[in-house]
Design a binder for this molecule. Structure first.
Ligand SMILES: Cc1cc2nc3c(=O)[nH]c(=O)nc-3n(C[C@H](O)[C@H](O)[C@H](O)COP(=O)(O)OP(=O)(O)OC[C@H]3O[C@@H](n4cnc5c(N)ncnc54)[C@H](O)[C@@H]3O)c2cc1C
Length: 347
């Protein structure tokens, strides 16, 4: 990632593209009032675009906005942020940014960086586990490559008593992700691996059934990718209803007695309150589940939940490959997009 200001020459070269991106963003913001889904789709498409990535990451002020959501570039910066959050009573999930690698060398380099991260978590004593993406570990190159890389991470993590959660990516990867998860968890006995369920996918109702059966370690999210209506709910209201339904199933007496531990990952107060109400009504202790929020989003709410005695974990990404993560955060919140656009003008 280039954090240094671009030179006059490089900026001139980028100008037509920057104006295009800017116009797209402003037009998107105006259209947002009429069609929220349209803007979200545009930003999610840009998150996969190579030219948009080059343009945004090559433009210094973009980092100023992105750094609100990202702990820094190095493992030491990430550990420092974890320590600060721990001091406020917040637990942490650290994520070395990167996804959709196309070369085995990149996948292996990511694995090595995450091994280093595990070492640093252990040495520093911060209260943190690690989140990984299989596409970062090479699953789009070969399933076995990701399996071997994840096995190496789980082995190192287990030696330190740490856990590794597999983030869930686009729907095309869900079957493979669960396949690799099952092979490592059941085939090889790694009990320190967890997965993620996306409420917007129709299939999640079915997946939650077998995850409950096996007493899994599950994070529930709404889902952050651009998915067609053939596989995912298009309306926010439907996703929200599914989120609450799945949270209640994963918190049920049956699920807890089988060993399920649920992480409710959302910034949405309606979801948080629904889970709190369900837990209170069913006398579920606060330490039987946890809330998770992203670094830099709703900081006051994070601390408030912790001060009310809830277990709260903050997902902290770091590293140089921040572009797709950043674009997904913009897609979720138009106010962030506006902040981004005004920074382009100020630059
Ligand atoms: C810890 C964590 C891990 C995640 N892991 C994954 C994963 O593995 N795979 C995946 O697909 N997705 C993941 N996500 C992203 C998730 O799928 C959603 O895209 C993201 O959380 C946005 O949905 P939401 O539930 O926060 O609420 P939204 O539906 O986006 O927002 C609902 C309401 O929440 C409030 N809100 C939301 N954002 C803000 C904000 N920035 N400031 C103030 N209020 C806000 C507002 O009131 C808003 O109206 C993860 C999210 C978290 C928190």
């Amino acid at each position: 990632m280039n954090k240094t200001p671009v030179t006059a020459t490089s900026r001139t070269r980028q100008t037509p593209g920057l104006f295009f991106l800017l116009s797209a963003a402003i037009t998107g913001y105006v259209f947002y009032r009429y069609s929220e889904g349209w803007l979200r789709s545009l930003l999610l498409s840009l998150s996969r675009s190579i030219w948009a990535r080059r343009m945004v990451t090559g433009f210094g002020p973009a980092w100023r906005v992105a750094s609100r959501f990202i702990a820094g570039e190095s493992v030491e910066e990430a550990i420092a942020v974890a320590r600060q959050l721990n001091a406020k009573g917040l637990k942490v999930a650290l994520d070395y940014l990167g996804e959709s690698v196309t070369q085995a060398e990149e996948a292996n380099a990511a694995r090595d960086q995450i091994l280093l991260l595990l070492d640093r978590i252990h040495e520093s004593g911060v209260d943190a586990y690690v989140s990984v993406k299989l596409s970062q570990l090479g699953v789009k190159i070969a399933e076995n490559l990701a399996l071997e890389n994840l096995r190496a991470l789980l082995t190192r993590a287990r030696s330190y008593g740490l856990r590794v959660r597999i983030d869930m990516e686009e729907s095309a990867l869900v079957d493979t992700t669960f396949d690799i998860y099952r092979r490592l968890r059941h085939g090889e006995g790694f009990d320190n691996v967890g997965v993620v369920i996306q409420a917007y996918l129709y299939r999640s109702e079915e997946d939650v059934r077998w995850l409950i059966e096996e007493g899994a370690w599950v994070r529930l999210v709404k889902g952050a990718y651009k998915e067609p209506p053939t596989v995912a709910y298009a309306r926010k209201a439907d996703t929200d209803a599914a989120f609450i339904r799945l949270a209640e199933q994963l918190l049920s007496e049956q699920a807890r007695s089988r060993g399920v531990h649920l992480a409710v990952a959302t910034h949405d107060d309606a979801m948080i309150r629904a889970v709190q109400r369900y837990a209170e009504t069913h006398h579920i202790p606060q330490d039987a589940y946890e809330f998770q929020l992203l670094y830099g989003i709703r900081r006051e709410r994070q601390e408030q939940l912790a001060s009310q005695g809830y277990c709260v974990r903050i997902y902290v990404p770091y590293g140089t490959a921040w572009y797709p993560y950043f674009m997904r955060r913009l897609a979720e919140r138009p106010a962030n997009l506006w902040f981004f656009v005004t920074n382009f003008f100020r630059a």
